[in-house]
Design a protein around this ligand. Structure first.
Ligand code: PLP
Length: 368
């Protein structure tokens, strides 16, 4: 196995802290071992702190962020239900597609690539369609847009619509406040601002969401993601019955990664992303490159930047990797072939990385 040295500055995975890698190499315990179960409970407590929620049902789904998305949708939606999804990039489209496949009638509220969805337009659509579920992507990784959600949550609170938020790229990178924003269901990923390898999807469900699941008239379409079954293992009150074999080593890694986040402090971590994201944005602008996310809604941890006319995007990306050891992502969708996505997530979000990538881009530009 040949593993070149890389600095991971793409849209995820991000660089993993050595403490996480060390934790993942620890000897296994069985997933029903009485010495393992408290570790699981600690992870769930740590996740509640990150999500800023008191939701009892908060745990890592045993698969990547897309499984968290599916878990939210398939548990809260029954065939024939109405769902409203905000689409401003690839991951909003994915949420809409997952809801369609769960049998929902889906109405989308769209914004042009690079823009946030106007909160009032979204609220109006929810009032018009009265869906069982309204979903938004908080940090749209395909465009670098930071979606405002607090006003939407406040407007939907007390209605029959459950509000779901994709926090895959936002958790531990920008402010996430599940309870304050009246979010009923949220999912994240480990490989972005948590800087743990891909493989788990932290999720959280409000009591209202759990009640919805318990009152379904049809079984959850996915056996693996059925919350009512999962809770039998996750929850001590469920008797810790076997559901599936928990991915022990990934959970060790997540525990270590969450420890790192909490010892840095959530506010300090968000401030670090904010400061270095701004430094990257200013640096790119001073190189004459356009930032593609609208001003005022730019994510610090994921920057979409346009490349000069005539540049072969894929070739330059390969050169950045081969000559400088830096991985960035290519543009997706409308930005394909003409933009890069530069990540500053978690352990990758360091000043020296900002300086390295800016210098490398400057060299590519001046050697044109
Ligand atoms: C915003 C967002 N949602 C969902 C996903 C899907 O997560 P995964 O690739 O871990 O399945 C991603 C992955 O990049 C993402 O950025």
């Amino acid at each position: 196995m040949h593993l070149p040295d890389r600095i991971l500055m793409g849209p995820g995975p991000s660089d993993v802290h050595p403490a996480v890698l060390r934790a993942m190499s620890a000897p296994l315990l069985g997933h029903l071992d009485p010495d393992f179960l408290p570790i699981l409970d600690e992870i769930n407590d740590q996740l509640r702190q990150l999500f800023r929620t008191s939701n009892r049902v908060t745990f890592p789904v045993s698969a990547t962020g897309s499984a968290g998305m599916e878990a939210v949708v398939v548990n809260l939606v029954e065939p024939g239900d109405t769902v409203v999804v905000g689409v401003k990039g690839v991951f909003g489209s994915r949420m809409a597609e997952v809801a369609r496949r769960a049998g929902a009638t889906v109405h989308t509220v769209e914004a042009p690539w690079g823009n946030a969805i106007d909160p009032q337009t979204f609220i109006d659509a929810v009032h018009r369609h009265e869906p069982v579920l309204a979903g938004l992507v908080h940090a749209e990784t395909s465009t670098g847009v930071h979606q405002p959600v607090a006003d939407i949550g406040a407007a939907l609170a007390g209605t029959d619509t459950l509000f779901a938020l994709d926090c895959v790229t936002s958790l531990a990178g920008v402010d996430v406040r599940i309870d304050d924003w009246h979010i009923d269901a949220a999912y994240a990923g480990t490989q972005k601002c948590l800087s743990v390898p891909p493989g788990l999807s932290p999720v959280t469900f409000s009591d209202a969401a759990i009640e919805r699941v318990r009152n379904r008239s049809t079984p959850v379409q996915s056996w693996y993601l059925d919350l009512t079954l999962l809770l039998g293992y996750l929850d001590a009150e469920g008797g810790r019955t076997y559901h599936h074999t928990a991915p022990i080593s990934m959970l060790y890694g997540l525990h270590a990664g969450l420890d790192l986040v909490l010892s840095e402090g959530l506010d300090a971590r968000v401030a670090r992303h904010e400061r270095l994201g701004r430094m990257l944005h200013d640096g790119l602008a001073s190189l004459g490159l356009p930032l593609l996310a609208e001003a005022g809604h730019r994510l610090p941890q994921l920057t979409t930047v346009g490349l000069p006319e005539g540049v072969d995007e894929a070739k330059w990306r390969t050169r950045l990797q081969d000559e400088h050891g830096i991985e960035v992502g290519g543009g997706l969708g409308e930005f394909a072939g003409r933009a890069w996505r530069i990540g500053l997530m978690g352990h990758s979000c360091q000043e020296r990385n900002v300086l390295l990538v800016l210098e490398a881009i400057e060299r590519l530009l001046s050697a044109r």
